[in-house]
Design a protein around this ligand. Structure first.
Ligand code: DAH
Length: 339
């Protein structure tokens, strides 16, 4: 009988249950009015006196083990029930985490910064609300200069004029006023023009300005830098510079890259020529250097400026500039894994 009781203690200790019903059945089996312990204690009365001590102890152990087991299992079930009430089902699959994506304008801006920082350009910024001096006058655009009309300006205050900058060239002036050559900097930022909004134009857009000032900077340096940029940015290695006019540079040029005519889209975006205009550039006009307290006898430099939207539209074949500002997730989600 002792062996049987010892075996039962083992069974009790090994018992597992997950439902209240199972625990109750277990309790009835061992501890119930007609349960095993009751039976065993009845049998115990009939055993030989010499066996009573050991057997009595074993039976007590069995009863304690069964009582403890019932309590332990009930507690465990209550714990899960209360944590379920607080946290819900902890084993359920979690909500999928929504990863955001960078805006295509940021992607292109970061890429431009990366390309120019490899050849020693730093990043500088200036204010979006500008004064007349930094946006126009210091850039060789005095009052009543006809070129001012090309940039339809949002004015905030008049006399003295405070306005939303129409280009990032204003940062050139600020940077030259605050730093001595050699200067190598690019200035990305938001610009504003009072223009009708269409698929190709917006009243808010982004530009990157570039400025390089040192002794003996030549037009050849400018050309080489632009070639390096177009190779890195677009993987294209043919550019041409068309003479142009900007008040702040002399000579001035517009830069075209040879995009090619391989696909139907190429025909469309290059209007059948294979060439695409991507920026304006030139040698910084001596007047601009003077206005920023840099000696034009000692230093020369080049500058360039490009629109980020235009480049993003080219790279990702975005047909309408307004898509950048609509915040439609179906559009933005497409840039999850680029650059
Ligand atoms: N500021 C010009 C614009 O907004 C772009 C530009 C052209 C910047 C030539 C330059 C430059 O620095 O040299 O259209």
């Amino acid at each position: 009988m002792l062996d049987k009781v010892t075996e039962l203690i083992g069974d009790v200790q090994a018992f597992k249950a997950v439902s209240k019903e199972e625990i109750e059945a277990f309790r009835i089996k061992y501890l119930g009015n007609k349960g095993l312990l009751k039976e065993l204690f009845t049998e115990f009365k009939t055993v030989d006196a010499s066996m009573k001590k050991d057997l009595g102890q074993a039976l007590n152990r069995l009863r304690n083990a069964a009582t403890d087991k019932v309590k332990e299992l009930n507690d465990a079930i209550e714990d899960t029930a209360s944590s379920k009430a607080i946290y819900g089902d902890l084993t359920r699959p979690s909500e999928p985490i929504q990863l955001g994506s960078r805006h295509p304008i940021s992607l292109v801006r970061n890429r431009i910064i990366e390309v120019f920082s490899k050849i020693g350009f730093t990043v500088s910024e200036g204010p979006e609300i500008e004064d007349d001096w930094h946006n126009f006058t210091a850039l060789n655009l005095p009052e009543y200069h006809p070129a001012r009309d090309m940039q339809d300006t949002f004015f905030i205050e008049q006399d003295p004029d405070i306005l939303l900058r129409t280009h990032t060239s204003s940062v050139q002036v600020r940077y030259m006023e605050e730093n001595e050559p050699p200067i190598r900097t690019i200035s990305p930022g938001r610009v504003f023009r009072n223009e009708d909004i269409s698929a190709r134009a917006h009243c808010i857009f982004h530009q990157v300005e570039g400025l390089y000032i040192d002794t003996d900077v030549s037009f050849a340096d400018l050309k080489q830098t632009l070639l390096y940029f177009t190779k890195e940015m677009f993987g294209k290695s043919k550019i041409r510079l068309r003479p142009s006019y900007f008040p702040f540079t002399e000579p001035s040029a517009e830069v075209d890259i040879y995009w090619g005519l391989e696909t139907e889209v190429d025909y469309k975006i290059t209007k059948g020529t294979g060439w695409l205009e991507i920026m304006g550039c030139g040698m910084v006009d001596p007047n601009v250097l003077k206005n920023a307290n840099i000696d034009p006898e000692k230093y020369t430099g080049y500058a360039f400026g490009m629109g980020i939207e235009r480049i993003a539209m080219l790279l990702y074949q975005i047909p309408d500039i307004r898509m950048f500002y609509e915040n439609d997730v179906r559009f933005l989600e497409q840039f999850k894994s680029v650059l």
